[in-house]
Design a protein around this ligand. Structure first.
Ligand code: UDP
Length: 335
């Protein structure tokens, strides 16, 4: 199949690219490296069926790129959006523009291509949940101008746009709400909890637990996320939304202890201030995606082990090449 991935330099996008390339598909990736990393794109060099264009999905260059390669994709995975809690302020406009103009552009390309589209939304659409666990019908506890609104409302707006394209144009589009994905290829600069804790533990620095660390998260390893994508894009109902993650919760303090033990580190836990807008808990109801046959396979122990190995390797050898044959195609729009 001919597949477009937006945001293909991030954690999920780069692992998805590799899986699809290994399956023999032609993979076209766009990313502007706002929070994705070049290292992830470089690591795929050598796959002949991989093409990359550095551009934002809100830019005319994105449309030009899609047209240049034929605008006839079979599938589109729309992942592009800056991530990371501190970036909600720092990259406010980038998030809002990516979720609005960017998503609109991607949907138009999907419509023109007659492609199946999977959009990655987020558990952030539930805001600070008043009930746990959260099912897809829960409308959330969010504010249009709240401290996390740029991301929360951005993702909500994208979901509405996707639903509109399904209704108006009959687009075969599905939405998944991701709950705290983790795994190899997370950027070393990523401010999310696991990349920070793992690097702190590897360096022997204190693990910065925000507040008392009693807040909980459910963490889902990236290969399980990719299995979920396959289930939803091939068997999901157009216009439907599916939670995707783990329903096994851990407190952030327990997570810090778990990382210290897994690394075999001498690090200690240090308490640092907790942002006021931090969410206290998040956990998905997973019945809907399980009805498509999806099951979580990788537990936290195994997933963490794989991520730690990957981080050790990348800290030692900054660019990891997966294959060493022909260089990837980087398409220039000027040609
Ligand atoms: N967190 C922490 N120390 C850090 C980074 C994050 O204790 O150095 C906590 C944060 O307070 C939150 C949880 O880890 O409760 C998950 O934060 P993350 O930024 O990974 O993403 P979120 O789930 O909030 O979107």
């Amino acid at each position: 199949m001919k597949i477009l991935i937006t945001g293909g330099a991030g954690l999920v996008g780069s692992n998805l690219s590799k899986r699809l390339l290994d399956e023999g598909h032609s993979v076209f990736v766009v990313d502007n490296f706002t929070t994705g990393s070049e290292e992830n794109v470089k690591s795929l060099q050598g796959y002949e069926n991989y093409s990359f264009c550095e551009c934002g999905i809100e830019s005319p260059d994105f449309i030009k790129f899609c047209e240049k390669v034929g605008c006839d994709f079979d599938r589109i995975y729309h992942l592009a959006c800056p991530t990371g809690v501190p970036n909600i302020d720092i990259l406010a406009e980038e998030m809002l523009i990516s979720c609005s103009i960017g998503t609109l552009n991607v949907l138009r390309i999907a419509e023109k291509s007659k492609a199946r589209l999977l959009f990655t939304s987020s558990s952030e659409v539930y805001g600070e949940p008043e009930k746990t666990p959260q099912d897809e019908k829960y409308t959330g506890n969010v504010e249009t101008t709240g401290p996390r609104a740029n991301y929360e409302e951005g993702k909500r707006f994208s979901e509405t746009l996707v639903a509109h394209f399904v209704k108006k144009y009959g687009l075969h589009a599905v939405t998944v709400r991701l709950f705290n994905a983790y795994g190899p290829n997370m950027s070393l600069k990523d401010q999310r909890v696991l990349p920070r804790f793992i690097q702190q533990a590897l360096r022997g620095d204190g693990l910065t637990v925000q507040g008392e660390g009693s807040q909980t998260r459910t963490l889902c390893f990236v290969s399980d996320i990719l299995d979920g994508f396959e289930a939803v894009i091939s068997k999901g109902t157009p216009g439907e939304i599916y939670n995707l993650g783990s329903d096994s919760a851990i407190t952030i303090r327990e997570l810090a202890e778990f990382v210290i033990a897994a690394v075999g580190s001498e690090s200690e836990i240090v308490s640092v201030p907790r942002p006021e807008h931090d969410h206290s808990s998040r956990m998905p109801v997973l019945e809907k995606i399980r009805s498509l046959g999806w099951r979580q396979k990788v537990d936290l122990k195994l997933g963490l082990q794989k991520m730690i190995e990957n981080f050790k390797l990348r800290l030692e050898y900054p660019v990891v090449h997966n294959v060493d044959t022909a260089p990837q195609q980087r398409l220039s729009l000027q040609e």
